[in-house]
Every structure is written in structure tokens, then in C-alpha cells.
Ligand binder design. Structure first.
Ligand SMILES: Cc1cc2nc3c(=O)[nH]c(=O)nc-3n(C[C@H](O)[C@H](O)[C@H](O)COP(=O)(O)OP(=O)(O)OC[C@H]3O[C@@H](n4cnc5c(N)ncnc54)[C@H](O)[C@@H]3O)c2cc1C
Length: 479
């Protein structure tokens, strides 16, 4: 079917399906159809990198149209499925993304997965440029025996569970034990610790999924160890996250004073953010000794430094005691076991290779590129014309949304520069995405899902109740 016929077909299909409500998707498709002479750019992945890149491209290139292809029926990537539910202010970036999506030169194609529903080769034939921003949806493993046991789960899966990622509702983490040990000390690890230790009433007013709230309300977890290989000066969490932990009602934080030997003496040499974080840890440590015994009766947050994971058993986890040599943690022969009814591995995310045509580095878990230009397979210096990568898929899973935004803007600028330099073909006519028999969620389809979620949340005093079943999402979206 030709592209023009396809648009008519999809318009009719949409109009039939959504005849009960005002339909603007068809109008939007029509608008896009009018701009046939401009540059067609496809972005794969509707997370922060995708939306920020789209925002930049639409602003800088007045004759371009941008299509965002997203695996899930719903947009926003880790802003929806990663950011902690008790951090609603972080999710405000969704408003900016929504404004970008409302641009008539942007189309959203939800429920379309690169590598499954469409190949990279096909996308490259249909667009002048393709920007890959499909993130990092796998996790790094400890490579220890027994890691596949039921009581060992990744923080990624646990986060996805409380945040309602489709499929993650099956996780059913066992929260019947008293002790949880989290391996890793980044902000994701602290998010997980906070969710486990927070009073349930604090979570009830967030968009934590209902099934997770029910499980957390029944939770018997009393103590959460947060274990890192290195020392307090290398702690990966940031001050905001630590402050929140220290302020959690009915939770006491207990540091090990031995971890802080010689730390106060180094304060002066530290850069300001690191110094402030360390000062806060030292302050909290000093308050520990003066705390009354009743205050220590509730749940406990127990950061442990200088321990490297060594072995996993049914109720505990063994760690090697480490020493720091030039900032690197080196395991000694000494060991320590920590109680662990549940073990949460939080040592980072990694990307996967969605399509065989992507020059992917499996070791480092990201796409090989030079300043966002994807490199040709086996050739270090030459780039694939018109193929780009941004976000966590390019950088690896580091940094916050702001970092992702800056990276995405930089790659979008590179695309604009390459167009000016005629580094890839923009003269020929490209058809863009072909709406075939797939069940595709348009932006208006997402708005319908959004509306239902917000309405369902309102009755429970929550900002939204996320729908986790894909089929249900598609039905609401009208496809
Ligand atoms: C648990 C957690 C909590 C965080 N909390 C914060 C915070 O509080 N504040 C902050 O600033 N940052 C936070 N971050 C970091 C922030 O989420 C990232 O910086 C940002 O989401 C990275 O954006 P991205 O677009 O590269 O990837 P993602 O957000 O992962 O977006 C990728 C998108 O691509 C889609 N996709 C995947 N595969 C395919 C495919 N084959 N085809 C089509 N689409 C596909 C995904 O569904 C997703 O929508 C957090 C991260 C995590 C993991």
C-alpha cells in the first residue's frame, strides 16, 4: 500500500474506532502528510532522550517532521517506569514532552518495537535520518552462584514492579522476611531502600501501583542494608536522596563508625558537592550516639561501606572486606556475612541490541558511536550516514534526566550540522512510517489512557492508577 493510501486507510480506521470521541489523530496525520518535501527523521524510543532530541530538531529544522516509534503503548520511558513514585516533581518533565508531542510535525507510534515490528534497515529506507534512543532495559549481574535464586532480584525489576511496567506485576517479591540487603549504593539503590522503609501512608498518595501498595502494606521488612565496595568518599548516592532517607518517619539510619576512620580529616580537600554529602554523613553519624533507644525501635537503614559481594546463600550474603588502593576497592581475605531474606542487586542497567543491524558493543552494553554518530561495524573511524544514537543507549546508564537532555540536544545539533554539511541524503522523498496491520497507539490514544489512569487514581487519592496490562491499554487507546 502506498504511503498516501495508507494515511487515508489509517484515518478511516481511526475515525471508525474513535467515532465516540473527538478525533485529532487523523488531523495530525493529515498535517504531517502535507510536509512531504521536508526531512523525515525517526526517533526510536519515547524516553527523555527521544523527546528532548525531537524538541531540538523541531525547533531548529522548520521543514522537518519527526516520528517517534515506541515499544510500549505509553510514552516517557524511565520517567514513568523508573523515577520513584514519591518524586512527582521529577516527573514534571512530562509536561515539556507533551508540548513537544503536540507539535503538528510530530507523530507518536506507540506499541511498535524496533527489531520486532520493524527493522532498522526498513526505518533507514523510510527516513532521511534515524536516531536511536531506546535506553537501557537490562541489568548487570554479580556473576555469583545462586544469583538466579528466587530471593535474589534486580533493583531494576523491583522498580519496574512498583512503577507498573507491563509484565513486572508478576514479580511478587517476598517481603515476609525482616532483612533486605541491597548490593550497590547509587540513587536507584536508595530509591528502593526508601520505598521499602517508607510508611505506607506516604506511598498511598503516590502513583505506586495498587498491587505493590498491598504487598508493601503487608511487608515485614525492618532492616535494609545498603552495601558498597568502596568507602564513604566514593558513595554514589547524592545528598538529596540521603536527606530524604534521614528524614523518613520511624526509620533510623545507623552508620558504622569504623567506615569513617580518617574521613573528617579529608573534608577540606573535597569538591563542594562531595564535601557537603560527606559532612551530612558525618553529622548523622555523630547524632547516632546521642539518639534515645525508643527512637531506634522502628525500621533501620544500614549503609555499609568497603564490602564486595562474594557469595549468596538462603538467608544471608557473604561479602569480602575491601581496602581502597588509589580509589579502587581491593578484596582482602577477611569476610563478613549480612542477613538477607531478600537480596536486591542494584549495580546498574545495560542496553540490549534491539536489531542485528546495530553496531552494538555487548561488553560495554551500548551502541558504538562518535559524538552520537553511529560507527560502521568493524570500522572505527567511518560513520553510518544518517544514523545516530543518544541517551542511555549511547552513554551507558549514567546521569540524570538533565544529563540525558544535554546529551540529546548535542546529538540533535550534530544531526542539524550534518544536514547543513550534506553528510547524508535529504534530497530524495522518503515515505516515513507505514501504518500496516499493527495496532498502533497514536498520541491521542495515549491521552485516552492517561485520562483513564488519572480518573482511576482520583478516587483513591493518587495522581494516577497506572494500567499495566498492554491489551487493556490498547483497548482504551481504541486499537
Ligand atoms: C530507577 C531509576 C530512577 C531514576 N530516577 C531519576 C530521578 O529521580 N531524577 C532524574 O533526573 N533521573 C532519574 N533517573 C535517570 C533517568 O531516568 C534517565 O536519565 C533517562 O530516563 C534516560 O533516558 P533515555 O531516553 O536514554 O532512556 P529511557 O528513559 O529508558 O527511554 C527509552 C525508551 O525506549 C523504549 N524502547 C526500548 N526498546 C525499544 C525498542 N526496541 N523499540 C522502540 N522503543 C524501545 C522504552 O520503552 C523507553 O520508552 C532514574 C533512572 C532509573 C533507572
Amino acid at each position: 500500500m502506498s504511503f498516501a493510501k495508507n494515511l487515508v486507510y489509517s484515518r478511516l480506521k481511526l475515525l471508525n474506532k474513535y467515532s465516540r470521541s473527538v478525533n485529532t489523530s487523523a488531523i495530525r496525520l493529515q498535517n504531517v502528510q502535507q510536509v512531504t518535501t521536508g526531512k523525515r527523521i525517526c526517533i526510536v524510543g519515547a524516553g527523555p532522550a527521544g523527546f528532548y532530541a525531537a524538541q531540538y530538531l523541531l525547533k531548529q529544522l522548520s521543514d522537518c517532521t519527526v516520528d517517534i516509534v515506541e515499544k510500549l503503548p505509553v510514552p516517557f520511558g524511565l520517567v514513568r517506569f523508573g523515577v520513584a513514585p514519591d518524586h512527582p516533581e521529577v516527573k514534571n518533565v512530562i509536561n515539556t514532552f507533551t508540548k513537544t508531542a503536540e507539535n503538528p510535525r510530530l507523530r507518536f507510534f506507540g506499541n511498535v518495537s524496533l527489531g520486532q515490528d520493524i527493522s532498522l534497515q526498513e526505518l533507514r529506507q523510510r527516513y532521511h535520518a534515524v536516531l536511536l534512543t531506546y535506553g537501557a532495559d537490562q541489568d548487570r549481574e554479580l556473576q555469583l552462584q545462586n544469583e538466579q535464586e528466587q530471593h535474589v532480584i534486580s533493583a531494576r525489576k523491583f522498580v519496574a514492579w512498583y512503577n507498573g511496567l507491563p509484565g513486572a506485576e508478576q514479580l511478587q517479591p517476598d517481603l515476609s522476611g525482616r532483612d533486605v540487603t541491597i548490593v550497590g549504593q547509587g540513587n536507584v539503590a536508595v530509591d528502593v531502600a526508601r520505598v521499602l522503609l517508607s510508611p505506607i501512608d506516604k506511598l498511598k498518595i503516590t502513583d505506586t501501583t495498587e498491587y505493590a501498595l498491598e504487598a508493601l502494606a503487608r511487608s515485614q521488612v525492618q532492616r535494609v542494608h545498603l552495601v558498597g565496595r568502596r568507602g564513604p568518599l566514593q558513595a554514589a548516592f547524592t545528598i538529596k536522596e540521603l536527606r530524604e532517607m534521614l528524614k523518613l518517619p520511624n526509620v533510623t539510619t545507623n552508620w558504622r563508625s569504623s567506615d569513617f576512620t580518617g574521613i573528617a580529616e579529608q573534608l577540606e580537600q573535597l569538591q563542594r558537592p562531595r564535601r557537603r554529602l560527606t559532612e551530612l554523613m558525618l553529622k548523622s553519624l555523630s547524632e547516632q550516639s546521642t539518639r534515645s533507644s525508643t527512637a531506634a525501635a522502628g525500621r533501620q537503614f544500614l549503609p555499609v561501606f568497603l564490602r564486595a559481594p562474594k557469595a549468596i546463600s538462603a538467608k544471608e550474603m557473604e561479602f569480602a572486606v575491601t581496602q581502597l588502593r588509589e580509589g579502587v576497592a581491593v578484596a582482602t581475605d577477611a569476610t563478613e556475612c549480612l542477613p538477607a531474606d531478600l537480596i536486591l542487586r542494584s549495580i546498574g542497567y545495560k542496553s540490549s541490541c534491539a536489531d542485528a543491524g546495530i553496531n552494538f558493543d555487548p561488553q560495554r552494553g551500548h551502541v558504538r558511536h562518535e559524538q552520537g554518530r553511529v560507527l560502521k561495524d568493524g570500522e572505527e573511524k567511518s560513520v553510518e550516514p544518517g544514523l545516530y544514537v543518544a541517551g542511555w543507549l549511547a552513554s551507558g546508564p549514567t546521569g540524570v534526566i538533565l544529563t540525558t537532555m544535554n546529551g540529546a540536544f548535542a546529538v540533535a545539533k550534530t544531526i542539524c550540522d550534518d544536514i547543513t554539511a550534506k553528510a547524508f541524503d535529504t534530497a530524495s522523498t522518503k515515505p516515513g512510517f507505514e501504518v500496516g496491520s499493527q495496532r498502533i497507539v497514536s498520541w491521542d490514544g495515549w491521552l485516552r489512557i492517561d485520562q483513564q489512569e488519572c480518573e482511576a487514581g482520583k478516587s483513591k487519592g493518587k495522581p494516577r492508577e497506572k494500567i499495566v496490562d498492554i491489551e487493556h491499554m490498547l483497548t482504551i487507546a481504541g486499537v
